[in-house]
Design a protein around this ligand. Sequence first.
Ligand SMILES: *[C@@H]1O[C@H](CO)[C@@H](O)[C@H](O)[C@H]1NC(C)=O
Ligand SMILES: *[C@@H]1O[C@H](CO)[C@@H](O)[C@H](O)[C@H]1NC(C)=O
Ligand SMILES: *[C@@H]1O[C@H](CO)[C@@H](O)[C@H](O)[C@H]1NC(C)=O
Ligand SMILES: *[C@@H]1O[C@H](CO)[C@@H](O)[C@H](O)[C@H]1NC(C)=O
Ligand SMILES: *[C@@H]1O[C@H](CO)[C@@H](O)[C@H](O)[C@H]1NC(C)=O
Ligand SMILES: *[C@@H]1O[C@H](CO)[C@@H](O)[C@H](O)[C@H]1NC(C)=O
Ligand SMILES: *[C@@H]1O[C@H](CO)[C@@H](O)[C@H](O)[C@H]1NC(C)=O
Ligand SMILES: *[C@@H]1O[C@H](CO)[C@@H](O)[C@H](O)[C@H]1NC(C)=O
Ligand SMILES: *[C@@H]1O[C@H](CO)[C@@H](O)[C@H](O)[C@H]1NC(C)=O
Ligand SMILES: *[C@@H]1O[C@H](CO)[C@@H](O)[C@H](O)[C@H]1NC(C)=O
Ligand SMILES: *[C@@H]1O[C@H](CO)[C@@H](O)[C@H](O)[C@H]1NC(C)=O
Ligand SMILES: *[C@@H]1O[C@H](CO)[C@@H](O)[C@H](O)[C@H]1NC(C)=O
Ligand SMILES: [Ca+2]
Length: 591
Amino acid sequence: MYSVIAAALVGVATASSLSSLCTTDYVTSVLPTSSDDIPSGITIDTSSVTASIYRNYSVTGATFWEDMTINFCEVSFAYNHQNGDDRVVVQYWMPSPDVFANRFLATGGAAYTINNGSGGADMAGGVAYGAATGYTDGGFPYWGGTDFDDVVLLGNGTANWPAIYNWGYQAIAEMTQIGKAFTSNFFSLGTSTTNTTKLYSYFMGCSEGGREAISQAQRAPELYDGIVAGAPAMRYGQQQVNHIASPVQIQTMGYYPPSCVFDTVINATINACDGLDGKVDGVVARSDLCFLNFNVSSMLGQTYSCAAGSTSSLGLGYGKKRKRQSTSATPAQNGTINAQDIAVIQDLLTGLKDSNGDLVYFPFQPTAGFGDTTVWDSTTESWTITNPNSNGEWVTKFLHWQNVSSLDLTGVTNDDLKAWMIEGMTLYMDSLQTTLPDLTPFYSKGGRLLHYHGEADSSVPPTGSIHYHESVRKIMYPSLSFEEGNTQLNEWYRFYLVPGAAHCAINDEQPNAGFPRDNFEHMIQWVEEDVVPITINSTVQSGALEGEVQKLCTWPARPYWTDNGTMVCEENASSVSAMLWNLTAYKMPVY
Ligand SMILES: *[C@@H]1O[C@H](CO)[C@@H](O)[C@H](O)[C@H]1NC(C)=O
Ligand SMILES: *[C@@H]1O[C@H](CO)[C@@H](O)[C@H](O)[C@H]1NC(C)=O
Ligand SMILES: *[C@@H]1O[C@H](CO)[C@@H](O)[C@H](O)[C@H]1NC(C)=O
Ligand SMILES: *[C@@H]1O[C@H](CO)[C@@H](O)[C@H](O)[C@H]1NC(C)=O
Ligand SMILES: *[C@@H]1O[C@H](CO)[C@@H](O)[C@H](O)[C@H]1NC(C)=O
Ligand SMILES: *[C@@H]1O[C@H](CO)[C@@H](O)[C@H](O)[C@H]1NC(C)=O
Ligand SMILES: *[C@@H]1O[C@H](CO)[C@@H](O)[C@H](O)[C@H]1NC(C)=O
Ligand SMILES: *[C@@H]1O[C@H](CO)[C@@H](O)[C@H](O)[C@H]1NC(C)=O
Ligand SMILES: *[C@@H]1O[C@H](CO)[C@@H](O)[C@H](O)[C@H]1NC(C)=O
Ligand SMILES: *[C@@H]1O[C@H](CO)[C@@H](O)[C@H](O)[C@H]1NC(C)=O
Ligand SMILES: *[C@@H]1O[C@H](CO)[C@@H](O)[C@H](O)[C@H]1NC(C)=O
Ligand SMILES: *[C@@H]1O[C@H](CO)[C@@H](O)[C@H](O)[C@H]1NC(C)=O
Ligand SMILES: [Ca+2]
């Protein structure tokens, strides 16, 4: 809903038109300088400025935004760092002065890209709310088609540390700091000493963009009033290795269930758990109760049957449309679920464990699927593990520093994954790990954090988001109870599970589940009008209920539909504890 724009028009001071401002001369004349509080070591290349008008630019069918048609001036320029031979390109979409609403929205990336996440719609979405929006190429240069994993090494054995820190948090923070100063100048809001108009500043992103969001709350709190983080691929050392956990767990157990077993179990789980939330609608809104009440052992001896088809390795990215999928043919299958099938599935449902049985990383929720699992090997005519090459690259490139893009999983065990997780956490603690739990500077300056995660995400486990929320609660409110600490935290950092949603995407398997599309408006209202998002909107984007707006409860409350069909947000100790996992395999705390 874009209703807030009208209310904000009042604040606009100048009567300039977009076309009068959208020239390279004007843009060059208002580039920020060090007196605008941009980092002193940064030099903007004034000859690099571009400015182009886009009119009636429309975005339709974006998961994260309503359909929109906007006008804006696309500005870009490059800068470099003192004594560096680097070149970072930033781009800003400036709304027309008559709709500019004193807002700046910074946006990020997905998978291994630093920008253009959310299917490229965040830049436009911000403009629709009267925000100047920004993104950066991080110096890679992404605009030329380069992803971060292409530049993480300078060569075998040598990491590209400046690029790693840029990717970790620095490039986004610089883009925001420069972008805020540029926006103030562009719209003549006044200098940092004479200004009277508050420029509200936000960040939004999902997946890698969600990690970038959290990184900004941790590392650049002064730059933002409100941050929206979706399904953050944070706890990077663990998360990146976890992409290969399911196949390695299966290999460690030494038994390879046919793919039809996984498909059959997922369908049965969704059917069995649908009604536990009080409403039979094909959506499991209480995967916590599902975990507690649905015992996969009950499927022992059930028959399964699947037609010939194909399975895809998942790779990184959003929902089912992930990066670099590899596809294998699967034969027609039929059979009976046996005890070994059940044992593998129960192992996956309880997370990655080391050989002592201690928990190393979080499982996916029972309705999510299990990430990559098994494929048919037509040479040996047997089932084997998927080798999700693009995910193993983390180990070869980021841990072993070898310019090799695929990892041989032969002989790899759960204990190897644990060792790699600890190695990655240690190596990148200060750059990519993104788990600093003390957000006091962000809280103290009045920052607000809206964090959400799809409950049926099979790429980044939602209980990992809850674990971070819990870490912040325990570090910041150590003497308060779970209840009291969450009450304090909810004043400024709220977390929402999105029933049925996949990774930053809607979910084919639960088409009646909504996905939150009004997050920026909720955040604007929270920051600018102090309207606390007790529940947030989640819009159904497929199936028979398309267009329906559902409500999401703030964690630790969970939805339940009463006999008269009303949704209540209820809290139950056992269902909360079903989503709190204790990472007992580490000697150090893992936040
Ligand atoms: C943009 O759309 C409006 C309304 O449909 C139309 O009047 C205008 O001519 C369009 N402008 C351009 C540049 O296409
Ligand atoms: C951003 O993503 C959109 C949609 O995928 C694409 O059309 C556009 O070219 C991308 N822009 C950049 C700068 O990569
Ligand atoms: C890594 O290998 C690819 C080809 O496989 C090559 O294009 C690239 O330049 C190499 N990168 C480095 C840093 O050596
Ligand atoms: C880097 O190491 C990989 C694997 O060890 C090797 O295949 C490749 O040739 C090496 N590249 C260079 C430029 O030495
Ligand atoms: C105005 O200046 C203050 C103090 O320097 C700063 O915090 C604020 O962000 C500035 N606002 C704008 C609109 O530039
Ligand atoms: C699972 O359910 C989907 C429909 O949601 C169906 O297309 C698929 O064939 C089912 N798979 C199995 C193995 O039952
Ligand atoms: C699941 O059922 C099996 C077989 O009845 C039983 O042994 C096991 O304890 C049950 N697990 C849970 C978590 O209830
Ligand atoms: C099950 O599969 C076997 C061999 O793959 C085949 O011979 C048999 O006809 C199938 N049965 C059914 C009921 O599909
Ligand atoms: C939430 O959805 C309702 C119903 O569509 C709408 O009236 C309201 O404006 C939305 N709230 C926000 C913050 O977008
Ligand atoms: C539905 O039931 C809930 C409690 O179960 C009650 O609080 C609510 O008022 C009822 N709503 C209607 C419309 O009857
Ligand atoms: C969960 O808690 C609510 C109160 O928050 C209570 O009404 C309900 O009966 C509880 N449900 C279960 C399954 O314990
Ligand atoms: C987590 O495990 C540690 C070590 O075993 C234990 O001290 C702690 O009480 C556990 N916490 C929870 C919440 O279970
Ligand atoms: Ca349901």
